[in-house]
Design a protein around this ligand. Structure first.
Ligand code: MRU
Length: 339
């Protein structure tokens, strides 16, 4: 099943419920979708791209409009509203802008609705195709018997289907290679233990769960051959990904373990640099509570950034749907991605 699809509204696998329950929810209003994005019901950069895209289609369908101009201005407001939900993954804005642009070309209410939904469906299809391509290119980097350490969740759930980092693992397994995965739990919201472990086990791919603080020892003990992670935004000097990715990259560098990033062209924001990117800061409750259980004194001061930048010099190669890109990135990224 896809993590996000259209069926008389936006259907989403509720990622906050996994691994206890596989539940699909329906968003019938843009406000419901915005809430789902903020609560990480839908999350992961490419899945957010599809959510933003379908979100504009939803805005066009969610209520009646008397005239074309009323609908167009509503779509623009919906675009701004959806874009304000999460600041770091650039894909969200890419999805919103692409479908808004297509919808605004319509001359009638019916045409605008049709253009918006068609463009969003196209984007969702393209995501699956590009992940498969990325998987094929990335699988070339994996050898039979490799153990891949991954962080957060960059799998089916973080995309429309197949995955970016986990898509590479899936493609290698499909080619007949035996690949095992080490998944870091990824505090504070445990996308690694809850989502990565769940989806790999569904596919019968061997996965071992570790806490984030065990990255050092597993690398020191020679248990890791390669690291593959996804990305929320790639700029000229860094890869933004889930908080803790930077630390993994430093340990990998210390032990000479290749550190790969798998991400589609839409994740590249090549005109920008590390310092310009807003890192989302999330509620202190994520650190202070586990469900209803207190993990810290409730009035403790908390710092909870959701992402960190890994300098590009720590990245051995970037795996994209256009091919594997090696350093020097300044020269090779624009060449391969035709930016
Ligand atoms: O806060 P999240 O769960 O949306 O963060 C997601 C990540 O950091 C993923 O690793 C990234 O989006 C890559 S997903 C293919």
């Amino acid at each position: 099943m896809r993590s996000i699809f259209w069926d008389d509204g936006i259907k989403l696998i509720d990622q906050t419920k996994l691994p206890e329950k596989l539940e699909v929810i329906t968003c019938k209003k843009v406000e419901e979708l915005a809430d789902a994005i903020k609560r990480l019901v839908v999350r992961g950069a490419p899945a957010l791209e599809a959510a933003g895209a379908y979100g504009i289609a939803l805005a066009a369908h969610e209520r009646e409009f008397r005239e074309v101009e009323e609908l167009k201005s509503y779509l623009k407001r919906a675009a701004e509203f959806l874009a304000s939900t999460r600041p770091t993954a650039v894909n969200l804005f890419v999805g919103i802008e692409r479908v808004l642009r297509a919808a605004l070309k319509g001359d009638s209410i019916e045409e605008i609705r049709e253009f918006a939904l068609r463009e969003a469906e196209m984007l969702a299809e393209e995501d699956v195709v590009r992940n498969k391509k990325m998987g094929e290119y990335g699988a070339e980097l994996l050898e039979n018997g490799d153990v891949v350490l991954t962080y957060c969740n960059a799998g089916r759930l973080a995309t429309v289907d197949w995955g970016t980092a986990l898509g590479v693992v899936r493609s290698a397994v499909e080619q007949g290679k035996e690949i095992r995965v080490i998944a870091c739990e990824t505090r504070p919201l445990n996308q690694g233990s809850r989502l990565t472990c769940w989806e790999l086990m569904q596919d019968g791919i061997e996965v071992t769960l570790i806490t984030d603080s065990m990255v050092g020892i597993v690398m020191q003990q020679g248990m890791v051959d390669k690291v593959i992670v996804g990305a929320d935004r790639i700029v000229k000097d860094a890869v933004f990904n889930k908080i803790g990715t930077y630390t993994v990259s430093i340990v990998a560098k210390e032990y000479g373990i290749p550190f790969y990033v798998a991400a589609p062209k839409a994740t590249f924001d090549w005109g920008k640099r590390m310092k310009e990117i807003i890192i989302e800061e999330r509620d202190k409750e994520e650190l202070v509570y586990c469900g209803n259980r207190l993990l810290a004194p409730p009035d403790v001061k908390v710092y909870n950034p959701a992402f960190d930048p890994t300098p590009l010099e720590n990245v051995s190669a970037l795996i994209t749907e256009y091919g594997v890109i090696y350093p020097p990135y300044e020269e090779n990224v624009p060449k391969v991605l035709q930016l």
